[in-house]
Design a protein around this ligand. Structure first.
Ligand code: NAP
Length: 281
């Protein structure tokens, strides 16, 4: 009998996209969904959930915008209830380190009766190349209210490998993998490594959090984004997450990818060259 497709919530996301590519390369049928797919899946519209889930038994779930936000707990509770009623048997949930809201969501999944894995991740390296920090690197200066906090940035390719293993390996059932990179680095160190490898100046400037959030407000950033960034830069980056954890090794039997390797492959992808091309055009 044909196996049901594996549901991926977060098709266009930094990890959802990679998980989808890996599963398809392995020959699995997948159903990657987000707001822009058919069927669609919107975390803000529970009416879209059942149709997206129906006919699947296994899912990789990435929440938007972040499990830390105040409404996430009730949304995850409702999602897990509908998922169980619609036939989902195994959920791999992407979670974030150092977030109380994320721990509450993890507990809801663990108590649901559905078989589970939690992949609790540090900050992604790919925030420097596929997210809001890219613009700063292209402009030659990354401005953030992150001080000199250190973070063991994880490569999203490692997260995707761990997720695929959790989806497919029965021996991993009902385990939490806390995944980080192998070295904790400050933002200044990351930018220095990127600048050295690129061979052009890029600098990191740390600013006070209030001024940073005020500037976002003046630019018209949504209230919930302002709240989330304040939470990330004041709570999550208060030093609680600086330790390196062995989740990648535990799931895959190999070490996590170093930031240097991430920098090298990102240079090869050309994504940090856009500004240079524009300037020379
Ligand atoms: N980034 C990190 O460093 C990090 C670290 C630890 C944990 N996490 C967790 O990882 C998850 C993903 O975060 P991310 O920032 O990296 O984003 P992401 O995975 O890159 O996801 C972005 C995608 O989410 C989809 N999306 C946006 N709003 C949605 C909604 N209401 N319903 C369904 N899909 C929606 C969008 O696709 P469409 O436009 O097609 O809907 C968008 O392309 C979050 O739960 C976050 O807490 C992130």
């Amino acid at each position: 009998m044909k196996k049901p497709p594996i549901l991926i919530i977060g098709k266009n996301g930094k990890t959802g996209m990679r998980v989808n590519q890996r599963l398809q390369a392995l020959g699995y049928a997948t159903r990657p969904v987000s707001r822009s797919t058919t069927p669609s899946f919107d975390w803000n519209n529970p009416e879209t959930w059942r149709t997206a889930i129906e006919g699947t038994t296994t899912a990789y779930v990435t929440y938007q915008p972040d499990l830390a936000i105040p409404g996430a707990e009730s949304t995850i509770k409702e999602f897990v209830r509908i998922a169980a009623a619609t036939g989902l048997k195994h959920i791999v949930l992407l979670s974030g380190r150092g977030e109380e809201g994320a721990v509450r969501a993890e507990e809801i999944l663990k108590a649901s009766g559905i078989s589970w894995n939690i992949v609790r991740a540090s900050w992604f390296c790919q925030n420097f190349s596929e997210s809001f920090m890219l613009e700063g690197i292209l402009a030659g200066e990354l401005v953030l209210p992150a001080g000199d906090t250190i973070e063991p940035f994880i490569d999203a390719d490692d997260i995707a490998d761990v997720v695929v293993s959790a989806l497919n390996e029965p021996k991993h059932r009902n385990r939490l993998f806390e995944v980080t990179g192998p070295r904790a680095l400050s933002f200044a160190q990351c930018i220095q490594e990127i600048s050295d490898a690129l061979g052009r100046p890029v600098k990191y400037t740390s600013v006070p959090v209030d001024g940073y959030i005020n500037a976002l407000r003046e630019e018209g950033a949504p209230e919930d984004l302002q709240w989330l960034l304040r939470e990330l830069f004041t709570v999550v980056f208060d030093g609680r997450n600086c330790n390196v954890m062995p989740g990648v090794e535990e799931a895959l039997g190999r070490p996590a990818t170093d930031f240097k390797t991430y920098v090298q492959k990102t240079i090869e992808s050309g994504v940090w060259n856009t500004m240079m091309q524009r300037q020379s055009a």
